[in-house]
Write a protein that binds this ligand. Structure first.
Ligand code: MTE
Ligand code: MO
Length: 316
């Protein structure tokens, strides 16, 4: 448990109120017992003190950093660009379609998604491949719920995610350099068992509010044991397939960004170390704290079994 300076400690009554809707690291058991509430209720119950809450040693990243320091190349490659250029991003109407190797393909709009699947809050570590990290209180539901409803066929082995393609709204899709040279739409994928893991969330909110556009509104993935680039934003389509697709970063630089992208302090990026990370929003004006990076980003107990027998140096 990290020690917090006095003014970082949430007043107890607020903390206890929050506990009722919160699920932290460690998950699983506790998670399924928590009350499931709607996003509206969540926002209503959500106390002001989010900023400073801590649970299981996780100190939340200040909200303004979570929503102001972003990677969303569709809206430019600078960390401040998404907040600026995604401001008027239109996320209503929105349809999410699940298709491919499923018996029951379907599409749901945002309202249907957030009422069909009970929402809960989860505090996750978030580790970018660029060696910085945050702790984010997501609002979402387990991806497994959506996949189960679609009934995967016996051929389904991978789950592929597609971000919206709309160059009129996304300047990075219109201008090669502004968008960082990515071949859009942004595509990511997980093995089916990774996608069905209870830690894998589809999120629709953070800090008790709907997702801001720069964080991937209206619906984005959160896979806490993998580098941030797997957590694809503004998803319109999920396809189950029998073969492994080529994903965005893997296509761009296969020797740098592997398909698995599991957080691993022992396997460095070819151009920098992955052994430690900058904690975004920590310290004062002049200092940013660093901490050692944990195997599977601290979720080793929960996910290591998925990779038994796999050489993580080869399958990075
Ligand atoms: N569609 C899309 N999804 C994306 C990205 C992107 O550029 N486009 N960037 C990824 C990267 S590299 C990271 S670190 C996270 C950043 O999420 P955040 O801005 O909400 O912290 O989003 C990921 N999802
Ligand atoms: Mo990232």
């Amino acid at each position: 448990m990290l020690r917090l300076p006095a003014n970082d400690i949430t007043p107890e009554h607020i903390f206890n109120q929050r506990r009722k809707i919160i699920q932290a690291l460690g998950l699983g058991i506790a998670g399924s017992m928590l009350p499931k509430i709607s996003l509206a209720e969540m926002a209503e119950n959500s106390p002001l003190a989010f900023q400073t809450a801590s649970e299981n040693g996780l100190v939340l990243t200040p909200e303004n950093k979570v929503t102001g320091y972003n990677n969303f190349y569709e809206f430019g490659v600078d960390k401040g660009s998404p907040a600026q250029y995604a401001k008027n991003f239109k996320t209503d109407p929105w349809q999410l379609t699940i298709e491919g190797e499923v018996e029951n393909p379907f599409s749901l709009d945002y309202r249907q998604l957030t009422t069909t699947f009970p929402l809960e809050e989860r505090i996750y570590r978030f580790r970018c491949v660029e060696a910085w990290s945050m702790v984010i209180p997501w609002v979402g539901f387990e991806l497994a719920r959506l996949i189960e409803r679609a009934k995967p066929t016996s051929k389904a082995k991978y789950v592929v995610f597609h971000t919206l393609f709309d160059p009129e709204q996304m300047p990075g899709q219109k201008n090669y350099f502004f968008g960082g040279g990515i071949d859009y739409p942004y595509v990511e994928a997980l093995r089916l068992d990774e996608a069905l893991h209870p830690l894998t969330l589809l999120t629709v909110g953070l800090y008790g509010k709907p997702l801001p556009p720069q964080n991937g509104a209206p619906i984005r993935l959160a896979v806490p044991w993998k580098y941030g680039f797997k957590s694809i934003k503004s998803i319109v389509k999920i396809s189950l397939t029998d073969t492994r697709p080529h994903t965005t970063w893997e296509k761009l630089a296969p020797q740098e960004y592997g398909f698995y992208a599991n957080v691993n302090p022992n396997v460095d990026h070819p151009r920098w170390s992955q052994a430690s990370e900058r904690i975004i929003g920590s310290g004062g004006l002049l200092s940013v704290k660093r901490q050692p990076t944990l195997m599977f980003n601290g979720y080793e107990k929960e996910v290591a079994h998925l990779y038994k027998g796999l050489d993580l140096r080869v399958h990075f």
